[in-house]
Design a protein around this ligand. Structure first.
Ligand code: ADP
Ligand code: MG
Length: 575
């Protein structure tokens, strides 16, 4: 329960609504626990009276029945309605919090987690948690009040008729209910955890399947996929039924215990010849004091289920950021683009992917990063973007350590064309505009012209306003890369990073891209990761990577003589 408190604080902005909801809940509790038996106590003597009563008195008495239900109904409705509105508010906040956190987490986080599972945490677990938070905070006040009102009324009655004292003994059965409730709660926590986890798996399987439809068809994986899904759904079904079983066990268990208590009191009442009109309010009050126990029992179960969801949500909310902004960031503007690696070592896991890298790149230099795959080129580029911090050593731009500036300022000054650029499901124009900053000087059309993307964009059904579809599904790989280059051109940042930006092209479009790149690299500090020597020829400096080290550094003419690896790579391509 304590764990939920910080989340209940999310209700602060709407505490007025929450307080009214609780007050209505309390009124509902009092009008149930105390009001209903009291009403019977008032109505029965009149109705079953031996004497003649006037119609007026009779009507007045029976009118108490709808009246008490009216109060109970209105307060009950208001309570549920307002509580739900608080719940929706919590849900919004929770999801926003989670989503914001996902924007901050390191890129490595996304390599270690399945998108579908994260999605399920953001959608299913938050929904579960909000349900529980509101129901719990609601019932936690309402039910004890109902219980206390009912007990208060019982005590009041027995004080008046001391021969009824035995009935209080029946209340002693209440603590007995606690044992099965606790036992069941424990079972629920385990099952709920597994269920949420399986729901995450299910969501992951669906997203993975949907994004790999081509492979699944090409490799005849349909049946295997169907089988996998069927099995998981089966497991999910069993866990769900276990939860239903344990959740639904609580009410009958408490009711059976309550029935024993009530039977005992009726037995004593019969022995003492208590009249029906005296007995019925008592029985009702007794019944009403078991009712909250039942509800509290299921709250206990809900807390357990809520905790399972909370674990999964907090896993994201409390996941370390790794790369964090300094508390007092240095200003970072008028960047000229000097990049310096000072003795940088970086490891993803155990063995380092970059070892003791030293390199100073002067502003305006065009640097090609060359080497076999896995040599550390992408890692080198990612460190400049500060997707990670060096494990050892320092990385400086314009002589400022990257740890001393904000990530926002840093990335404002970098244009990045990744190997597989992602286009968003918005128009071509908007996709290019994503690159815009206050540095931008080109118009969208000019940027597209220079990226050799203008022609094919114009030929799309709605030109620049054509929706590109998810991940740019209506375009070819080369076209997507050209849009990404237009984006980078528009950005006009002092530092430019191209990670295999020409890899998806055929020879012809490579030629066009080549010209696009020449426009792009003017007056910038540029890092080009490429396998094609036609692209590398744009560079005036080459860094050759092998197993995380720079083994050669210089101009093409120099290192083709000095570096065997470079020469081999060059010869293999035959140009
Ligand atoms: P390149 O771009 O030169 O092909 P990378 O920089 O991508 O090479 O990778 C360098 C080394 O780091 C490789 O051994 C690769 O297996 C490892 N590596 C790359 N990314 C990760 C990651 N996210 N987690 C763990 N190891 C990684
Ligand atoms: Mg790479």
């Amino acid at each position: 329960m304590k764990r939920l408190l910080p989340y209940i604080a999310l209700l602060k902005p709407i505490r007025g609504r929450f307080v009214i909801a609780i007050l209505c809940g309390l009124l509902y509790g009092i009008s149930t626990g105390l009001g209903l038996p009291y009403m019977l106590k008032k109505v029965f003597p009149v109705v079953f009276s031996m004497e003649d009563v006037s119609n007026g008195i009779l009507l007045g008495a029976v009118a108490l029945i709808p009246l008490s239900f009216l109060i109970r109904g209105i307060t009950g409705f208001m309570n549920i309605y307002l509580i739900n509105s608080c719940g929706v508010h919590i849900l919004e906040q929770l999801r926003t919090k989670l989503f914001s956190r996902l924007q901050e987490l390191p890129t490595s986080f996304y390599q270690k987690h399945r998108i579908g599972d994260l999605q399920s945490r953001a959608i299913n677990d938050t929904e579960l948690l909000q349900n529980h938070i509101v129901n719990i905070s609601n019932d936690l006040l309402k039910q004890p009040v109902t219980l206390l009102s009912a007990i208060a009324y019982l005590v009041h009655l027995t004080l008046k008729n001391t021969e009824l004292t035995y009935i209080l003994l029946c209340l002693a059965v209440i603590p007995v209910c606690v044992f099965p409730i606790r036992q069941i709660g424990r079972k629920i926590l385990n099952r709920a955890k597994k269920l949420q986890q399986q729901t995450g798996d299910l969501s992951a399987i669906i997203t993975e399947n949907l994004s790999a439809q081509r492979e699944i068809r090409a490799f005849n994986l349909k049946e295997i996929e169907k089988d996998k899904f069927r099995k998981l759904v089966g497991v999910l079904f069993r866990f769900r039924m276990k939860l239903v079983k344990y959740n639904q066990l609580i009410a009958p268990t408490v009711e059976i215990i309550a029935a024993i208590g009530i039977a005992v009191s009726i037995f004593y009442a019969a022995k003492q010849n208590t009249s029906l009109e005296n007995l019925s309010p008592l029985i009702l009050a007794l019944y009403l004091s078991y009712e909250p126990i039942k509800k509290l029992g299921s709250i206990h179960a809900k807390v357990k289920q809520g905790n399972a969801a909370l674990d999964r949500i907090e896993y994201i909310l409390k996941h370390p950021l790794e790369v964090e902004d300094p508390t007092e960031a240095l200003p970072f503007d008028n960047v000229v683009g000097k990049v310096e690696f000072r003795n940088v070592t970086f490891s993803y896991d155990a063995s380092p992917a970059l070892k003791e890298i030293n390199a100073t790149i002067t502003p305006g230099q065009i640097v090609a990063l060359v080497g076999p795959s896995g040599a550390g080129k992408t890692t080198f580029a990612n460190l400049i973007l500060r997707f990670f911090d060096p494990s050892e050593g320092n990385l400086l731009i314009d002589d400022i350590d990257l740890r001393n500036i904000t990530q926002k300022d840093l990335r404002h000054n970098i244009a990045y064309v990744p190997q597989n650029p992602i286009l968003f499901n918005i128009s071509a124009r908007e996709n290019i505009l994503l690159g815009q900053t206050d540095n931008s000087v080109l118009s969208v059309e000019d940027a597209a012209q220079q990226a050799y993307a203008h022609k094919f964009i114009q030929e799309l059904p709605d030109g620049y306003d054509t929706l590109l579809g998810e991940k740019g599904s209506r375009l070819s790989g080369g076209q997507i890369q050209r849009i990404a280059i237009a984006r980078a051109l528009l950005r006009n940042a002092p530092i430019l990073i191209l990670d295999e930006a020409t890899s998806a092209l055929d020879a012809e479009s490579e030629h066009t891209i080549q010209q696009a790149l020449q426009n792009l690299v003017k007056d910038k500090t540029v890092f080009i990761i490429a396998h094609r020597f036609s692209t590398i020829s744009l560079a005036n400096r080459i860094l050759v990577f092998e197993e995380g080290r720079i083994i050669a550094d210089g101009a093409h003419d120099q290192i083709i003589k000095d570096c065997d690896l470079y020469r081999r790579l060059h010869e293999r391509q035959g140009d």
